[in-house]
Design a protein around this ligand. Structure first.
Ligand code: NAD
Length: 451
């Protein structure tokens, strides 16, 4: 196993030099990164096409454009965020003033998955740089062309003792995890999240875990069915369902069951064509292992729509499965593919009970025109975040911190959330020396009397 001790040490000493704390250094680095991404836009799109058959549209809207927007937002707000924040001081502390300083942790480790291999490696890096940290990135081994592009781009932008990219798989990740990092930011599966947290515990390293899980999508009987169908088809089929916040399964009210499914089939055809397997812009499944795993689910319940696959191209068409119960294998774990199982319900309480008997989801989507129903769902179930009458879109708001809760993740990021995640909040009380209030000291004259 390779040893990354000297790299981590060289980053620690670069961090100790204090350069990364300087605002103009951070802004320079972020602008350099922005320039490089723009220069490499075409190469990045080609890499994403080679690794996952991502269309230029998806590569830009969900990866490159997303990261550029994050950079624009953070660059414009950073000068205000880095300033110590003055907060209130209680009367008991008269004479003093109180501040919160945002202090970079030091050297951070960023481990990324394969499904949005560019965005999920770069977005945390932007937060790390903005907050004044050094960083080592470990992109996914399952998307080698994109990881290679990231490594090339970063190497051209930054010295290795500031930002470095280490390519490799599980062993590389584990070798890195044995080093004493100051912060760990991990995006990936729940199972690996537990391994990362265990490794972090050895050094008491603070961390963020962006994990996954089964994100429910509820369509109530008063929903705008046509719009719901389009937004659900898009959220489920973007990146062929390989999205951590894709609607994993559908809870469909029995009164609108058949009508909604017809609308859904129409929406799928409108967005991805009547033969998605022949659509050159439909994303493939990342690996044979995942293709086999997903194909085995096609035997669950009844195929209502779709169900065709192409093993050679690792493609699975958007598929809707009905007559599904919680006992089916497809309901055991996150699906992470373009297969949508449907559970029918009559009362909302069945839905809320069903969801709450399973781990807290990363996202939840409720389609209903009734505000009381919307609020009931939001307030009864614990989940990372989500949308009312939409899917996935909350992820793209720089004003909404994104993350899970418990088994779907710990911590959050995006926009100011990214800056805060990579900053320790240091509380400082600045006390006056012009006078000294005696009451806190023992044995003061006229103080507390002995009983
Ligand atoms: P993964 O957990 O298998 O791998 C993620 C990273 O961890 C990779 O870089 C990999 O090399 C490394 N890794 C794998 N096994 C390891 C081990 N035993 N020890 C140390 N490192 C290890 O996840 P994946 O398959 O790449 O991605 C899919 C998962 O990620 C899904 O569960 C999805 O929900 C989740 N995800 C979450 C978010 C989010 O923002 N919450 C975003 C995308 C994906």
């Amino acid at each position: 196993m390779e040893n990354y001790h000297s790299l981590v040490n060289s980053q620690k000493s670069f961090f100790r030099s204090g350069k990364t704390k300087d605002l103009s250094f951070r802004l320079n680095a972020l602008n350099t990164l922005r320039g490089a991404i723009k220069n490499y836009e075409i190469d990045l799109m080609q890499a994403l096409r080679a690794d996952l058959n991502k269309s230029a549209f998806e590569a830009y809207s969900t990866e490159i454009g997303f990261v550029l927007e994050e950079l624009r937002f953070i660059i414009s707000h950073l000068p205000a965020w880095v300033k110590p924040k003055k907060v209130k001081t209680p009367l008991t502390h008269i004479g003093s003033s109180s501040y919160i300083y945002s202090e970079p942790y030091g050297v951070s480790l960023i481990i990324a998955p394969w499904n949005y291999p560019f965005q999920l490696a770069l977005a945390p890096l932007i937060g790390a740089i903005a907050a004044g940290n050094c960083a080592i990135m470990k992109p996914s081994e399952l998307t080698p062309k994109t990881s290679e592009m990231i490594a090339k781009m970063i190497q051209e932008c930054f010295p290795a003792d500031f930002i470095s990219v280490i390519q490799g798989g599980v062993e590389t990740s584990q070798a890195l995890l044995s080093e004493p990092f100051d912060y760990i930011f991990f995006t990936g599966s729940v199972a690996v999240g537990k391994i990362i947290m265990e490794a972090a515990a050895k050094n008491l390293t603070p961390l963020t875990l962006e994990l996954g899980g089964k994100s429910p999508c509820i369509v109530h009987d008063d929903a705008n069915l046509k719009l719901a169908a389009k937004r659900i088809a898009w959220g489920k089929c973007t990146n062929a369902g390989q999205t951590c916040i894709a609607p994993d399964y559908l809870y469909l009210h029995k009164n609108v069951h058949d009508e909604f499914l017809q609308q859904l089939i129409t929406a799928i055809a409108e967005l991805y064509g009547s033969e998605p397997l022949h659509n050159p812009n439909f994303t493939q499944i990342v690996s044979e292992r995942h293709f086999e795993r997903l194909s085995s689910f096609l035997k669950n319940g009844q195929v209502y729509h779709g169900g065709k696959t192409n093993r050679e191209k690792l493609m699975i068409e958007p598929t809707v499965l009905t007559k599904i119960t919680w006992d089916d294998p497809i309901m055991k774990d996150e699906i992470f593919g373009p297969i949508l199982p449907v559970l029918k319900y009559e009362k909302l309480s069945e839905v809320l009970d069903g969801i709450q008997q399973h781990p807290k989801p990363l996202s939840l989507y409720i389609f209903s025109e009734n505000e009381r129903i919307q609020e009931e769902v939001i307030n009864s179930v614990s989940f990372g975040g989500g949308c009312v009458n939409d899917t996935v879109y909350h992820f793209a708001s720089l004003h909404l911190p994104f993350g899970g809760v418990g088994p779907s993740g710990i911590g959050s990021y995006h926009g100011k959330g990214s800056f805060d995640t990579f900053s320790h909040k240091k509380s400082i009380l600045k006390q006056t020396t012009r006078f000294d209030i005696p009451f806190r000291y023992p044995n003061v004259k006229n103080g507390l009397k002995k009983i």
